[in-house]
Design a protein around this ligand. Structure first.
Ligand code: IPD
Length: 275
């Protein structure tokens, strides 16, 4: 069976692999030309910018009427606007802090939305050769092999992904620590990979049971949403109910029971401004 998204999928996969090669070559380089964005721990490197350009140029050439939401294009003033027109949502290097330090958990996260719904999701860590893929209705895969969420129902048996984020806002840091205090005594353990997309990939493959974060952006979660849904999991608003992709809030889990238990227990935070 040939899916209607096949030409889009083949093109983006080729470009993603080319871009991955660039990240793999650059991660051990000493001078990475690091600049800061929203605050002193929010980084961008020339590799982020080059990878985004490689992906957008290649996709524009193949599909001239498609639209783009790219992390680095938005930070240099482009609109973050999701319409019904086919739109590629791109984080060229998710886990930029890891990339800067040489910690081998960074990835390209790229999704195609059509009619505001996810059609294709790809998360690629070129250092560890982990390629997570999904197409709507066709399941989720790691390096071509099907993956499934854990279906864990209980918080007390869960491994939960948590992140500290890239903001030093004291109100937000306070809530992050409060939530760690609430969860740590109630779960098997907590982990952070330093990349929202890779944390979501761990939930999709059943290696972790849940993850939530306040302060993420649409490009951090766009590919992960489809990959988790296709692996049988849920991606929702941390207070319960459907995900609002521009709200900068996300909770995902291997079962809806677990998602509900977490959303009832955690302290909520509403980042401003929205995407
Ligand atoms: C960041 C990473 C990090 C998460 C931040 C994101 P970036 O993305 O995903 O794990 O905690 O909220 O902004 O800046 O490396 O693309």
């Amino acid at each position: 069976k040939m899916s209607s998204s096949a030409p889009f999928y083949n093109t983006v996969l080729n470009l993603t692999k080319q871009a991955g090669k660039l990240i793999r070559e650059r991660i051990s380089q000493l001078n990475k030309n690091v600049e800061t964005k929203s605050c002193e721990i929010d980084f961008v490197t020339e590799t982020d910018q080059e990878v985004e350009k490689l992906l957008i140029d290649g996709l524009k050439q193949a599909f001239p009427d498609h639209q783009f939401i790219g992390e680095e294009s938005v930070s240099s003033g482009e609109q973050c606007n999701l319409t019904e027109i086919p739109t590629w949502i791109i984080d060229p290097v998710d886990g930029t802090m890891n990339f800067v330090h040489g910690f081998p958990h960074s990835c390209i996260s790229i999704a195609l939305f059509i009619d505001r719904q996810p059609e294709i999701g790809i998360i690629y860590n070129p250092m560890l050769e982990q390629l997570f893929t999904a197409r709507k209705g066709e399941g989720a895969f790691l390096n071509g092999k099907p993956i499934k969420v854990s279906q864990q129902q209980n918080l007390s048996n869960s491994l939960v992904m948590l992140e500290n984020g890239t903001s030093r806002d004291s109100e937000k840091l306070k809530i992050i620590l409060e939530n760690q205090n609430i969860l740590l005594p109630q779960v098997h353990g907590t982990r952070s990979l330093g990349s929202c997309a890779l944390n979501m990939a761990m939930v999709a493959m059943g290696a972790a049971d849940a993850y939530f974060e306040f302060g993420i952006h649409i490009w951090d979660i766009a590919a992960g949403e489809l990959i988790i849904n296709e692996a049988g999991g849920v991606v929702v608003d941390p207070a319960g109910g459907p995900i609002d992709r521009m709200s900068r809030r996300m909770l995902c889990a291997g079962s809806s029971a677990l998602a509900e238990e977490i959303s009832q227990k955690i302290v909520q935070y509403y980042p401003q401004p929205r995407d």
